[in-house]
Write a protein that binds this ligand. Structure first.
Ligand SMILES: C[S@@+](CC[C@H](N)C(=O)[O-])C[C@H]1O[C@@H](n2cnc3c(N)ncnc32)[C@H](O)[C@@H]1O
Length: 370
């Protein structure tokens, strides 16, 4: 047990989660139902929780098997030696998901799994101790029982304490940056809002693991020793390039947004790594010849009317035309983006921005850095 890990990723971000895993020296298997498997034990689960920028959650596999009846599910779960890792006062919470499987009534699946765990543990559990969240996924009758080691989703890095207008999830911001090929250097977000994209860029540019300043569910699990957690945190901290000067700018027309962004930058421990300034996109330019623009402009659904958006996207297009050494990545749910922006993207993919179906458009820099 505990030699396989599953990473949960948002729809459209599976390939970028896999790339991150490869960079961290793991060999990811194929994504199924948003879950990407890797071989790894407890120290790996700690490292992946702290280091991955784009995954939502890290699960440790407890058991896998075929189950197409509730009896089979009960026997499958009851065969797991829970006593090896659950304390007798554990509070076990069970969630369930089902996809193309004979067992699809989720509350019944949850009940059967919970009863099997309780029976295996001797029939009674006081449930007064640490919470152990289990997830049972049934996919084409294959049951996957996993322990959620993350707790609050990984997009909650801990630095975003003030809420701005329509903020983007931190994991999605990181995925946009990595998909556009950003690894450090010049980055501009002309619609920075509360600063999420520039702050994630600063973390990438300085090799700062995004989970160093937050708590995880695993910290309360007995089998995760405090020494293992400390060792992983120390080794990731040692990798931070404190002296990196990445040249990252975040602009917004709203001065309050810039203030909020600065507070978030400081909460992330990255003071001085991003320059935030009140600026209209009409004035977008850079003193550099090469770099990236990655941004999340107003959408229409949440901010702005169609007429204003048309003007805004035309303006972005005009300013971008003069920045020929810049790769541009824009996420929007505005349906007329390509028409109003006036050019075809080199790549595009469907991504979800807090449940809103959006498209991420990438325009490669016409002039390449030598
Ligand atoms: C969708 S929000 C960006 C949210 C941001 N990604 C975050 O995580 O907080 C769009 C931002 O565009 C800004 N904005 C609207 N019109 C603008 C303009 N003409 N120039 C610059 N910023 C503008 C708004 O003030 C708002 O903060």
């Amino acid at each position: 047990m505990f030699d396989k890990i599953y990473l949960a990723s948002a729809s459209g971000t599976e390939s970028v989660v896999k790339k991150e895993l490869t960079r961290l020296n793991y060999e990811p298997g194929g994504a199924e139902y948003g879950l990407i498997p890797v071989t790894g034990g407890i120290p790996d689960a700690v490292k992946l929780n702290m280091a991955l920028r784009t995954a939502n959650r890290v699960y440790m596999c407890v058991a896998e098997g075929m189950c197409d009846t509730f009896d089979a599910l009960y026997e499958f779960v009851r065969a797991v030696p829970f006593e090896d890792f659950l304390p007798s006062d554990a509070r076990v919470i069970v969630n369930a998901k089902s996809h193309r499987s004979a067992l699809f009534a989720l509350s019944a699946v949850q009940r059967v799994v919970k009863r099997a765990v309780c029976d295996r543990m001797g029939g009674t559990m006081s449930e007064s101790g640490t919470t152990y969240p289990l997830l049972c996924v049934l996919n084409e009758n294959r049951a996957l029982l996993m322990l959620d080691t993350t707790g609050e989703s990984l997009h909650k890095r801990g630095y975003r304490t003030y809420v701005g207008d329509a903020p983007i999830r931190e994991t999605l911001a990181a995925a946009m940056l990595l998909l556009a090929g950003y690894r450090g250097g010049v980055l501009i977000d002309p619609f920075c809002g509360s600063g999420t994209i520039p702050i994630e860029a600063a973390m990438i540019a300085t090799d700062t693991a995004p989970g160093l300043n937050r708590a995880f569910a695993f910290e309360n699990f007995g089998m995760f020793s405090a020494k293992t957690v400390r060792d992983v945190r120390e080794s990731l901290t040692a990798e931070i390039k404190i002296d990196a000067k990445p040249e990252i700018c975040g602009y917004d027309i709203d001065p309050k947004a810039c203030e909020t962004a600065l507070r978030h930058l400081s909460a992330a421990g990255l003071e001085g790594k991003v320059h935030f300034q009140r600026r209209d996109v009409k004035e977008l330019s850079s003193r550099f010849n090469f770099g990236h623009i990655v941004t999340n402009p107003p959408y229409g659904i949440r901010l702005g009317t169609d007429k204003e958006l048309k003007k805004l996207y035309r303006c972005l297009s005009e300013r971008y035309a003069a920045m020929r050494g810049f790769t541009l990545g824009v996420i929007t749910a505005y349906p007329f983006f390509e028409k109003d922006f006036g050019r075809r993207p080199d790549r595009k993919r469907k991504l979800y921005n807090s449940e809103i179906e959006s498209v991420y458009y990438i325009f490669n820099a016409p002039n390449k850095a030598r």
